[in-house]
Design a protein. Structure first.
Length: 429
């Protein structure tokens, strides 16, 4: 099934012509962004010097830190009055990355989601339960509007209250769900514990965190769904940048909307198809916040052409990160965020360790932090009060529940050179 068969099955020459046309338009648009005007001038890059798609290599990369430095509206290419929605992603030092959308952006984004869902056979006859965050993150509303565009019955259940989620699946005859794979596994366990059957389910869309083929097999067995992988970043609209087709062998990235490169994360040099490296994307249809050569930090590769579904070239499933970002229950967390929070609390020191575990199929984060010597009294009441304070500060900054353990001064390991702050104990399947 196709949402837009003509655009989804463009011949290579026609696709390249469309990409180049949209790239030139994007280059003109970024002239409205002070950062890019300066960056391109410093690199000696003029719009007229970009004569082919390969010439994009002349353009410097854009990094996440650039977006943080531009907080809040430094990357807007349109007047603020044309921005109809703002989302944010987590930042490393308290300030988030801002993502802005015009009406046309929202229409383009929902159209991409509609393509993804139609590609796997979802229609207006389906009932869709969206079990992801509906706040400032992009996961919830992105799929919500795409599903509505198809004409599906949409249940915006958001996150949490698993028993109620199960009741809604039963009561409303839900056929399609969207959530993180870890939450889907938890959902299946709770259903099994209560002897509940989720017979109406047919399709599961899972994303926002890396997951394996063994997890896919387990989810399909437990929930009775066909499981599909979804990939996206808020900076590139949100979820729906790439998606599995029924072949489920790699993810189709929509090349009419995104110009894709794979680079060596150390050298920045482009890699050939089949070589694994960092995904770099230039969005081609963004109005409010166009980007050039955005380094996603995600590790993948471009696969060979020739999928049976006739759509464009695929990327392999994401295998990791080229930086130190963690993904906990679908939320991006940087160790520097945690450090920033702890340094603001006088009673604790700058020595901490982060442990990531998977408990009942859900990611759990534990932060051990040393108490400052001058505040260390050993009084249980004082320690309990301080622990609550640290938990609250971390929750407010990360929008994520954490377990905090206060430990004695000098008890955590010290390192020569770069400190190892994170121990990820999640099972590598």
């Amino acid at each position: 099934m196709y949402w837009d068969k003509k655009i989804e099955t463009l011949k290579p020459a026609d696709l390249q012509a469309l990409q180049f046309q949209r790239l030139k338009k994007t280059l003109k648009q970024v002239q409205n962004v002070g950062f890019y005007k300066k960056r391109l001038a410093e690199a000696g890059v003029k719009i007229s010097s970009i004569k082919t798609l390969d010439d994009i290599r002349k353009i410097p990369f854009t990094k996440k830190q650039d977006l943080r430095d531009g907080y809040p509206f430094g990357f807007l290419a349109v007047p603020l009055k044309k921005v109809v929605r703002i989302h944010t992603t987590s930042g490393t030092t308290g300030k988030p990355t801002v993502v802005a959308y015009t009406r046309r952006d929202l229409d383009a984004w929902s159209d991409l989601i509609a393509r993804n869902m139609t590609m796997i056979g979802i229609t207006a006859d389906d009932v869709f339960q969206n079990m992801v965050n509906y706040g400032m993150f992009t996961g919830g509303l992105g799929f919500h509007y795409g599903a509505e565009k198809i004409g599906m019955t949409v249940i915006p259940s958001a996150t949490g209250n698993t028993k109620r989620q199960i009741e809604m699946i039963q009561d409303f005859g839900v056929t399609t769900i969207h959530c993180t794979p870890s939450y889907a596994m938890h959902l299946s366990e709770v259903a099994e514990e209560h002897g509940v059957s989720l017979d109406s389910l047919k399709t599961g869309i899972f994303g926002a965190e890396a997951w394996s083929e063994s997890t896919r097999t387990a989810l399909e067995k437990r929930l009775g769904v066909t499981a599909y992988d979804s990939y996206g970043l808020s900076e590139l609209f949100g979820p729906g940048v790439a998606f599995e087709c029924p072949e489920r062998d790699g993810l189709h990235i929509w090349h009419d909307s995104y110009l894709v490169e794979i680079i060596d994360p150390e050298t920045g040099e482009q890699l050939a198809d089949g070589e694994r490296g960092e995904l770099v994307v230039t969005p081609l249809v963004k109005e409010a916040m166009p980007l050039l050569r955005y380094r996603t930090g995600d590790v993948t590769m471009l696969m060979e052409d020739g999928c049976l579904c006739r759509r464009g070239q695929k990327i392999a499933r994401i295998t990791g990160r080229s930086d130190d970002m963690l993904v906990i229950r679908g939320i991006n967390v940087f160790p520097s965020q945690i450090e920033h929070v702890l340094l603001k609390i006088a009673e604790v020191g700058n020595q901490f360790m982060v442990y990531i575990d998977k408990i009942n199929h859900l990611d759990e984060m534990t932060v051990e932090v040393e108490i400052n010597r001058e505040y260390f009294s050993g009084e249980l009441a004082d320690l309990a009060k301080l622990q609550k304070k640290v938990v609250k500060e971390l929750r407010d900054a990360l929008e994520l529940r954490t377990t905090v353990r206060l430990v004695e001064p000098g008890s955590l390991p010290r390192f020569e050179g770069k400190a190892k702050r994170v121990i990820d104990r999640r099972e590598k399947e």
